[in-house]
Every structure is written in C-alpha cells, then in structure tokens.
Design a protein around this ligand. Structure first.
Ligand code: ATP
Length: 231
C-alpha cells in the first residue's frame, strides 16, 4: 500500500501541501478531488518523486519513498500518467510504448496483450507518430505506456481533461479493469466529479493544500462533496 502521513510541500516560500495524509491500496481507486490550484498535481508530483517533501512520511510497500529519485520509484512499481499526457510526438505509438522497457529486465520487455484489449486503437495505429493521434488516443497511449512497466501503483492526473465522451468511457472501463485485477493501487486526480465518483473506492478532497474531506465512495453520494468542488 501507499501510506502518506502529514506531508508538507513547498515551492520556495509558498506552501503547496499542508499536512496531507492519504492511502492507496491494491484493488482500489483513491480519487483526489479539488478545485483548480489546490495542490492535486503537487501531491502526485510528491508521490512520483518530481517534488521533494519537506516533512512527513511517505511509504510504499513498507519502504520509505521520500529519498528515492523518480526513476527509482518507477522501478519500485510506481507509474505516472501526467496531465497533458507527455507523449513523444515524433516517436511512433510502438516506440512510445517501448519507452517503458528501460525499467524492465530483458526477458519482460514486451507490450502486455491487455494494452491492446483495452485500447484496440493503439494496435491499429502502432506505426503512426504519437503527435498524429487525437487527444483521446494520446491519453490511451499514455495509460498503455504506463501499463508496459507493470506498475503496482498507477497515478493518473486528470485523464479525462479535454477528451471526448466516448473515449472517457473507454478510459473509465480500463481503470475499472485494472482495479479489478486486484494487484494494482490506483490514485486518480480528477476534476470531473461524476467520473471520479464512479471510479472511487476511497477519496480525499483538497482545498488550499489541505485535506478537507476524506472517505469512502458511499460518502460521496448526495451533494455534500460535489458542493465542495463548485466555485
Ligand atoms: N512550479 C511551481 N512553482 C511555484 N508554485 C507552484 C508551482 N506549481 C504549482 N504551484 C502552486 O502550487 C499550488 C498548487 O498547484 P497544483 O498544480 O498542485 O494544483 P492543482 O490542484 O493540481 O491545480 P490544477 O487542477 O489547476 O492542475 C498553486 O497555488 C500553484 O500556483
């Protein structure tokens, strides 16, 4: 499991996270909710090692994460699907998927069949450049690329942002499938409340860098959590 206790994160003098605690468990989705600029991306950057924490504790599978560099966290089974997807536009779909190979021992360097079962369009477009794909296809590619590394913790930053409804559904199905496998913990940052609620087993709501609400999916019914997210 991922166990985060009371972490503080600063950008220079500005504090972006204040005593944030959360957990993520295999076979469960933890949704991280909150308005723009409350610290959601910063939390994911702290988990994946792109931002240092100043205090608090961060453990993954019982191991202290806080001193590990991003590559070491990736090797420890943590995969990140960043906001904006960060596909390599000049590499083909196949080459984008294969970038994950560097983390794997030679004998495991293949693209899991599941990637194409979940996102058949990627198989059709294997030879096309990443930059030629639609935004939704790029998002599928970014999730596929993360899956290639066989993560045990998948961290997704706003996967529905700017994406058409039919592909949002495909992405929701893929996340449910990965959760259903039971061996992967998933942390999902999402502004689209209904999508986040549909997928969440557990959730937290951030406001100005602090957790103002935490609970399980049933606690998201009614409007009390939704109202925290409307301006
Ligand atoms: N590199 C940075 N340097 C300084 N301040 C930053 C930096 N990145 C983010 N911040 C500030 O930290 C706070 C949290 O930002 P963050 O991007 O984590 O929020 P967010 O909830 O993910 O927002 P969004 O939904 O808009 O991505 C904001 O006030 C933001 O302006």
């Amino acid at each position: 499991m991922l166990d985060i206790r009371e972490i503080d994160v600063f950008y220079g003098a500005a504090q972006a996270l204040r005593g944030v605690s959360m957990a993520a468990h295999p076979g469960r989705v933890t949704s991280v909710l909150g308005r723009n600029g409350v610290g959601k991306t910063t939390l994911l950057r702290a988990i994946t090692g792109r931002q240092q924490i100043r205090s608090g504790k961060m453990e993954w599978e019982g191991r202290d994460l806080s001193r590990l560099r991003p590559e070491a966290r990736a090797r420890a089974g943590i995969a990140f699907v960043p906001q904006g997807r960060e596909i390599f536009p000049l590499l083909t779909v196949r080459e984008n998927l294969e970038t994950g190979f560097s983390l794997l021992p030679r004998r495991e360097r293949r693209i899991p069949e599941e990637v194409f079962q979940l996102f058949p369009v990627l198989q059709e477009m294997m030879g096309r450049r990443g930059g030629d794909l639609s935004g939704g296809q790029q998002q599928q590619l970014a999730i596929g690329r993360a899956m290639v590394t066989r993560p045990r913790l998948l961290v997704l930053d706003e996967p529905t942002e700017g994406i058409q409804p039919s592909i949002i559904q495909d992405i929701g199905r893929a996340i449910k499938y990965l959760r259903g496998r039971g061996d992967m913990a998933i942390v999902l940052v999402e502004q689209y409340f209904d999508f986040a609620r549909d997928l969440a087993d557990d959730f937290i709501v951030l406001e100005r860098g602090q957790v103002i609400r935490a609970g399980v999916r049933a606690d998201m019914d009614g409007d009390s959590v939704r109202n925290l997210l409307t301006v």
